[in-house]
Write a protein that binds this ligand. Structure first.
Ligand SMILES: Cc1cc2nc3c(=O)[nH]c(=O)nc-3n(C[C@H](O)[C@H](O)[C@H](O)COP(=O)(O)OP(=O)(O)OC[C@H]3O[C@@H](n4cnc5c(N)ncnc54)[C@H](O)[C@@H]3O)c2cc1C
Length: 510
């Protein structure tokens, strides 16, 4: 019987499984999809293109930082190289009348913001100082070694206590930042799929200061990272079964002894798998519902009662006959808002389904690295991302495939109109490939309930002490997913590594 039966092959599962396999434990992974990586998987399209499903850029990957240290423990730190995005502007924020490039240097950021809003200089400086202090507290908290360490750093942690129930909007208001400055700072809202009035300030600062320490893209694209983790698992005697969907759990009292899986290509062909410990990488709430909520303790049931993060609209495109680098792309992402108030803009798109004045992100993965492989020579990949409501798309898909496709087309059309007008003249003429994904696409290919993007919603209610962790209250069953740790490439890498530390007693960081 294997030591760890792992359900899913998302990033937290892969980091956990690679560490365990390397340490000599027997691991077996069951993955519903045909590719590894969950949201981080790479898929082929039309023979010519390779797209990563969701990942765009990542943090905590520089030398000495957590992801690097985990890769070092696995002996992969030399093989997997991360390229740092433009130090003078890794995120380019754009809205009518305003432009701000976000650099790594906070002094330079302060200088740029104060030049735009000279009357608000003091408030801007105070805000930037405060978020750096919150960011330092998050890093210390993240690496804290138990209660004693926390007591000796009470001053630092009191800042987290002070803010843990606050939204980004509340902190913007407390520092009286002008609305335009708020929007320029929060335009990477797409990285959370939440607007300032819903987003946890702790989540925002973790990401903002995380990217501030270095925003990265893997030199060999994300599939190299996923492939290297998969290889470590297999080279160390582990097994991965693809297109194997878990459909039921086998229980003996409070122990999960195994699962039943179904082959995706041959329905009704079922297999049983057993393990000494069961690690659940797919959504914890979905797994608990399959097992039966009553089997879980009252506390865990309460923590499982989270709201899901909103879903998204993605467009995967390729252009030919123009060099996007000459238009300022490459080494950065661009975030656009058509209106000044991001809360209103989000409401309009998400609640009302109105994309006439959208806010969205533009990323250009093939320009971040010289490694070819994602598109034919002479072409460049360009992707667009924004929020989308699951129920709207699900209803359309069920009622009429034509209307569903029309809605996707309508959103992309509007985004292209705006992009042509502001950033890439004649974009349509150069588009040689386009494909769109909706919330139901995420549900179908990544098994995410209601197509959620980041697991449990990144509101204050789901952060801090009210956040689920690996403990399920069942004897040998552990959660290992964005919702039981933290979302994002670095967050989930760490979630898997943390669980490895808990179950092995060994450090996951070289
Ligand atoms: C639009 C979008 C953009 C993003 N951009 C970024 C970014 O730029 N940078 C960043 O750091 N993060 C980004 N993220 C977040 C990041 O991709 C995720 O937080 C992370 O990949 C989640 O990993 P996970 O371990 O929780 O597992 P998941 O990715 O949720 O994987 C779970 C796995 O379980 C499998 N599964 C589900 N049900 C079953 C079943 N019944 N049986 C077997 N297998 C099953 C699924 O197929 C999947 O492979 C983005 C996410 C989205 C949606």
């Amino acid at each position: 019987m294997v030591d760890y039966l792992i359900l899913g092959s998302g990033l937290s599962a892969l980091s956990f499984a690679a560490l365990m396999a390397k340490s000599g434990k027997k691991v077996k992974l069951l993955e519903a999809h045909q590719y590894p990586g969950g949201y981080g998987h790479t898929f082929s399209q039309g023979k010519k293109y390779r797209f990563n499903a969701q990942l765009h850029y990542v943090w905590n990957c520089g030398q000495g930082q957590p992801v690097y240290q985990i890769l070092k423990k696995l002996g992969l730190h030399k093989e997997i190289e991360f390229i740092k995005l433009n130090p003078l502007g890794y995120d380019r924020m754009r809205m009518p009348g305003y432009e701000l490039d976000i650099p790594y240097d906070y002094d330079l950021l302060g200088h740029r913001l104060c030049a735009l809003f000279p009357r608000d200089k003091q408030n801007i400086q105070n805000f930037l100082t405060e978020i750096q202090l919150i960011g330092e507290a998050i890093v210390k908290f993240d690496s804290s070694k138990g209660a004693l360490h926390m007591v000796s750093h009470l001053g630092t942690f009191s800042r987290l206590l002070k803010y843990h129930r606050a939204t980004l909007q509340q902190v913007f208001d407390a520092f009286s930042l002008p609305l335009e400055a708020q929007t320029l700072l929060a335009l990477q809202w797409v990285d959370f799929l939440l607007p300032p009035n819903k987003l946890s300030i702790i989540a925002w600062v973790a990401l903002f200061t995380g990217y501030g320490r270095g925003a990265y893209y893997p030199a060999g694209h994300f599939e190299q990272v996923i492939g290297a983790l998969e290889k470590i698992i297999l080279d160390n005697g582990g097994e991965i079964f693809y297109e194997s969907k878990v459909i039921d759990f086998l229980m003996e009292g409070k122990r999960v002894t195994g699962v039943v899986s179904e082959q995706m290509k041959t329905p009704f062909s079922q297999n049983q798998h057993h393990g000494k410990n069961i690690i659940c990488n797919f959504d914890p709430k979905k797994a608990a519902e399959m097992i039966g909520m009553k089997k879980f303790s009252k506390r865990v049931r309460k923590l499982l009662n989270y709201e899901y993060s909103p879903s998204n609209f993605m467009a995967y495109c390729a252009v030919e006959g123009l060099d996007l680098r000459q238009l300022g792309f490459g080494g950065s992402n661009l975030f656009h808002s058509s209106e000044v108030d991001l809360n209103k803009s989000f409401h309009r798109m998400y609640q009302l389904g109105d994309y006439s004045e959208p806010s969205f992100a533009i990323t250009t993965p093939s320009l971040h690295t010289k490694t070819p492989g994602s598109c034919p020579e002479g072409q460049q990949i360009i992707e667009f991302l924004t929020v989308a409501d699951y129920h709207r798309f699900k209803d359309l898909r069920i009622s009429s495939r034509q209307l569903y496709n029309q809605k996707k087309e309508e959103i992309l059309d509007r985004i292209i109109d705006i992009t042509e007008k502001n950033y890439i003249p004649n974009l349509r003429k150069h588009l040689v490939y386009k494909m769109t994904g909706s919330p139901t696409t995420s549900e179908r290919f990544c098994g995410s309930p209601v197509g959620n993007s980041y697991g449990s919603n990144l509101t204050p209610e789901n952060m801090g002490f009210s956040r689920l962790d690996h403990k399920s209250s069942l004897d040998n069953f552990f959660f290992c997913n964005a919702s039981s740790g933290y979302a994002g490439f670095a967050g989930t890498f760490r979630t898997g590594a943390r669980l490895y530390e808990v179950l092995s007693g060994d450090s996951a960081f070289a």
